[in-house]
Design a binder for this molecule. Structure first.
Ligand SMILES: *[C@@H]1O[C@H](CO)[C@@H](O)[C@H](O)[C@H]1NC(C)=O
Ligand SMILES: *[C@@H]1O[C@H](CO)[C@@H](O)[C@H](O)[C@H]1NC(C)=O
Ligand SMILES: *[C@@H]1O[C@H](CO)[C@@H](O)[C@H](O)[C@H]1NC(C)=O
Ligand SMILES: *[C@@H]1O[C@H](CO)[C@@H](O)[C@H](O)[C@H]1NC(C)=O
Ligand SMILES: *[C@@H]1O[C@H](CO)[C@@H](O)[C@H](O)[C@H]1NC(C)=O
Length: 408
């Protein structure tokens, strides 16, 4: 740049004052441009107007939480919240924080490890994406403790879904209790999608890390596998519970290229508990076969998945066989791609962003979960608090999965 400018300067052997003036102008512009548009590492993007200290909201995370590494990465539109793990920020006076966040592990803490002093304006927020089966609230002191909830449960004050379904103008349709799936006119499935499905040869893949699952998924799968053998089909299991490795460069590539279906079985039956497992299917053009405690209508576009709980394993095996045999049946599972996107959600929509916004606008208002344990564990869930000697898989089976047992 400089060399060009000097050449230009030399071109006019006797530079007029206009040339000198434009030269200086160009240098000034370059200088300004550098300052404005080349951010240095030190000069992190600053908010438009400096926020006054007392306009910040201070939020203490009671435990270190592995899910959030850097709050700044969340790109929240309302960004005056300071999230911290530093319990000593106010010399150990926790009542100074605007809000205290308790993640699922707090539910395992004895009462003496919870804060003692709180003010009536301060908010205690329960936040988790783990199932209540794995982290039940057992102790009485959790009743009348939390003010707001931030979880995957659809009746939480702030929703923390694993994914969102949006229509093509970006409106979030699901998860929602009041979901309305529009009736779409028949539109042919896109040839681009059909092309992606063309080379599939294997029935169903499953990537699993929890080997001994709680929701009877293994038992169901064993039955399903038996019936699939009738049709010379099978479920291939990958991950920690299997010694088969994914082919190609990644498991994702393998599911996309080879598998018709993806087993999206949750590790526990719990209301509204639908995890990122379904995305492994959708992202890889493998139809998710779901199995869990949720009402899936509230989560996923109709016709885009199969709910195993609605089928006897034999009938599911037959359905899989039919879809593989008849491409026109199989292609139907991809019609949703004309109308929706399913993903973890755009930047700036993280639940912590919503929490920050809610602390500023007070849209949720004053409240307390006086029966928190009932809300979280649900009427049938207090038994998870009992020691394992009080119940076993058989009790579990009789209480929660009766309808499934009856199907066998
Ligand atoms: C709790 O409040 C009491 C009374 O205001 C005060 O003496 C005590 O130091 C506070 N404890 C903490 C840990 O802030
Ligand atoms: C998306 O949903 C919103 C709200 O229901 C609606 O107004 C909009 O027309 C929808 N967009 C499309 C492309 O269907
Ligand atoms: C599932 O959710 C949908 C949408 O909220 C609702 O219409 C339907 O009645 C629910 N089904 C059951 C079995 O609760
Ligand atoms: C399917 O196989 C053909 C022939 O090997 C190949 O050209 C094509 O790229 C493959 N399509 C996909 C989606 O993998
Ligand atoms: C939060 O819950 C506590 C305990 O029930 C209650 O005393 C307090 O008033 C609540 N605060 C807000 C802001 O709702």
């Amino acid at each position: 740049m400089m060399v060009t400018l000097i050449r230009l300067f030399h071109f006019y052997r006797r530079p007029s004052k206009y040339v000198v003036a434009s030269f200086l102008l160009i240098i000034a512009m370059v200088f300004v441009w550098r300052i404005r548009f080349i951010p240095s590492r030190k000069m992190a993007p600053t908010p438009p107007a400096p926020l006054l200290l007392d306009s910040h909201k201070y939020i203490l995370s009671w435990e270190n939480y592995y899910m959030i590494t850097d709050y700044d990465d969340l790109q929240c539109p309302v960004n005056n919240c300071i999230f911290t793990h530093d319990k000593n920020l106010y010399n150990g006076d926790y009542s100074q924080f605007d809000a205290v966040l308790f993640y699922e592990r707090s539910l395992t803490l004895p009462v003496e490890y919870l804060p003692i002093n709180r003010t009536s304006s301060q908010l205690y927020v329960f936040a988790t994406i783990e199932s209540s089966y794995n982290y039940p609230a057992c102790e009485l002191y959790f009743d009348n403790f939390f003010n707001w909830t931030m979880t995957y449960r659809l009746n939480s004050d702030i929703g923390w879904p694993y994914f969102v379904v949006r229509n093509l103008t970006g409106h979030i349709l699901a998860p929602s209790v009041n979901v309305k799936w529009p009736n779409h006119k028949d539109i042919p499935i896109s040839p681009n999608v059909i092309e992606k499905l063309a080379n599939k040869t294997r029935a169903a893949g499953w990537l699993v890390s929890h080997c001994r699952a709680e929701s009877m998924r293994d038992e169901y799968l064993t039955r399903l596998q038996e019936h699939l053998y009738h049709f010379s089909l099978q479920i291939d299991v990958f991950g920690a519970c299997s010694n088969i490795r994914c082919r190609y460069s990644s498991c994702e590539e393998m599911f996309t290229r080879d598998y018709y279906f993806y087993m999206a079985f949750e590790n526990s039956f719990d209301e509204d508990y639908v995890t990122e497992k379904v995305l492994h299917g959708y992202d890889n053009y493998a139809v998710p076969i779901v199995y869990g405690g949720a009402n899936y209508t509230r989560f996923l576009p109709p016709g885009s998945y199969i709910n195993a709980r609605e089928y006897h394993p034999y009938n599911l095996a037959y359905l899989i066989h039919q879809a593989i045999k008849h491409p026109s049946i199989y292609h139907e599972y991809f019609r949703w791609r004309h109308f929706y996107t399913i993903d973890a959600g755009p930047p700036g929509t993280h639940p912590l962003c919503k929490l920050c916004a809610a602390l500023n606008t007070n849209t949720i208002g004053r409240k307390t979960y006086d029966k928190f344990r009932l809300w979280w564990n649900l009427p049938n869930g207090m038994k998870w608090c009992l020691s394992p000697s009080f119940w076993n898989e058989i009790t579990l089976l009789h209480i929660d999965n009766k309808h499934i047992v009856n199907m066998y």
